[in-house]
Design a protein around this ligand. Structure first.
Ligand SMILES: Cc1cc2nc3c(=O)[nH]c(=O)nc-3n(C[C@@H](O)[C@@H](O)[C@H](O)COP(=O)(O)OP(=O)(O)OC[C@H]3O[C@@H](n4cnc5c(N)ncnc54)[C@H](O)[C@@H]3O)c2cc1C
Length: 291
């Protein structure tokens, strides 16, 4: 049996030192809900697990209307879901985090791990994309920022180098009249992965005109992505039946789903339209409450 080294660094710098030694085949361990399964199955390899949960900077969790949301790389989905202000400010992101697995899984799983694992069906990723999220990444050359939309490049692949660490996820403060929503369809009632996941965020003016919109699709392409035309079609008018119909159709047009045991391409495309309509309607209803 190969020896597996374990480190629990106390700072980001110490973690980066652990990651710097590529000969040790190091890998970041956050909640381990993906990684440990992949290691056991032989789908990923590591000789050194670098556990980031004891790093204070990785456990930052702040949410307020003035500064937005800051979620450290080691913050569990359960901590996020239970935060008193996060759900009021970003209900869509919180509904996505609350869908992950079971209570036990949510106690371990992190938002950063959900993104960095690179699954096309990750639930929180479309919700993050819809909120124009920024990721703060630390590496040997210092810190850099990537939008959440840029992080995942293909299934299981990200733009992060092996010696880099996602330190913090930042969501900008919601403007007046803004809100968001996330929904997915799964084949079973729970503990399954999304056939389609849709996140949306909207800003509504006092008269109900939509002045900004973002729609992100998950599980219908090799990575989650923004349905730009669908979102753009909502801007400048009210969120009425015609607007919902058009956004749903445009979102379905850009979906590139596969056919598998969870659903055919045609089924996933149809569900993309349905969920887009529902999610945009949800976000609009919530946004009206914030005008
Ligand atoms: C029973 C079960 C049910 C599940 N249900 C769902 C579900 O409904 N929806 C869903 O989306 N997911 C689901 N998942 C997967 C979900 O738990 C994970 O995607 C989780 O969010 C990953 O976070 P983690 O902290 O456990 O990451 P880990 O497993 O620790 O890491 C995942 C990957 O990301 C890398 N990584 C982690 N953190 C960082 C960081 N800060 N910087 C750079 N790289 C990093 C790791 O090296 C690894 O490659 C389920 C998992 C299980 C076991």
């Amino acid at each position: 049996m190969r020896e597996l080294r374990y480190s629990a660094p106390a700072s980001v710098d110490e973690a980066l030192e652990c990651l710097a030694d590529g000969s040790q085949d190091p890998r970041i361990l956050a909640g381990g809900t993906d990684l440990l399964i992949q290691l056991r199955a032989g789908a990923r390899h590591a000789r050194h697990l670098v556990d980031i949960k004891r790093i204070p900077e990785m456990n930052v969790l702040h949410a307020n209307a003035r500064t937005g949301l800051r979620v450290g790389g080691a913050v569990s989905c359960a901590e996020l879901v239970e935060h008193p202000a996060a759900g009021d400010l970003f209900p869509g992101l919180i509904e996505a985090a609350a869908l992950i697995g079971s209570t036990q899984i949510q106690n371990r799983a992190t938002l950063a791990g959900n993104l960095c694992n690179g699954s096309p069906a990750a639930d929180t990723t479309p919700a993050l994309l819809a909120l124009d999220t920024t990721c703060i990444i630390a590496g040997p050359a210092g810190r850099r920022e990537l939008s959440a939309a840029e992080v995942v490049t293909a299934p299981g692949r990200t733009l992060l180098a092996d010696n880099e660490l996602l330190v913090e996820i930042r969501v900008p403060p919601p403007p007046r009249g803004a809100s968001d929503a996330y929904q997915r369809l799964i084949p079973r009632s729970e503990m399954d992965i999304a056939v389609v996941g849709v996140g949306a965020s909207l800003v509504l003016e006092d008269d109900g005109t939509c002045s900004a919109a973002r729609i992100a699709l998950g599980a219908v392409g090799p990575r989650a992505f923004l349905a730009t035309q669908a979102a753009f079609s909502l801007v400048g008018g009210p969120i009425d039946e015609a607007a919902l119909e058009k956004a749903g159709t445009l979102a379905a047009d850009v979906a590139q789903p596969i056919s598998d045991k969870r659903g055919t391409t045609e089924y996933r495309r149809e569900i993309t339209a349905v969920l887009t309509r529902r999610v945009v309607a949800d976000a609009a209803r919530r946004a009206k409450g914030n005008v």
